[in-house]
Write a protein that binds this ligand. Structure first.
Ligand SMILES: [Zn+2]
Length: 147
């Protein structure tokens, strides 16, 4: 986070009853510990927190589906042209956020040593990374980031 002038942290913030839990075990339910950021995440360095998946009809994988801020407009207002995506999970939230960022015109990077997959099936992560590359997302590592 020290390398970036602007940091946005997104998190799932699901209602207790949502179609999302037909696909996934319940997680990140609003008002529970699971919906909090990891205690070791330094929130002092976070400029904007966004929540997603707050409704009961969608998955809210992408940070661009945040319901408390229009993320595209927020980033453009701040003059952001490059977006670096990290976090969980490679095949869902990271992938959808990165592909959305690229499709909205941001030069988009996924930091491959700062993501983690669900790994439901062998090869899922590789497939997700390939899909991101096909969508114009660039892959990088934390060591290569120079700001
Ligand atoms: Zn979720």
């Amino acid at each position: 986070m020290d390398k970036f002038p602007l940091v946005v942290a997104s998190r799932d913030f699901h209602p207790g009853d949502t179609v999302h839990f037909k696909k996934w075990p319940p997680h990140c339910v609003e008002g529970t510990r699971g919906a909090e950021f990891h205690p070791e995440l330094n929130l002092d360095k976070v400029d904007r927190e966004v929540v997603k998946g707050t409704g009961n009809r969608d998955d809210g994988y992408s940070a661009f589906e945040a319901t408390n801020v229009g993320l595209t407009g927020f980033l453009k207002e701040k003059g952001v042209t490059e977006v670096y995506v990290t976090g969980l999970t490679t095949e869902y939230c990271v992938k959808e956020t990165a592909i959305d960022a690229a499709s909205k015109g941001f030069s988009t990077y996924v930091v491959t040593d700062a993501i983690q997959g669900v790994r439901q099936n062998p090869g899922d992560e590789e497939k997700a990374l390939e899909e991101m590359k096909q969508s114009g997302v660039k892959l990088t590592t934390s060591k290569k980031i120079q700001v």
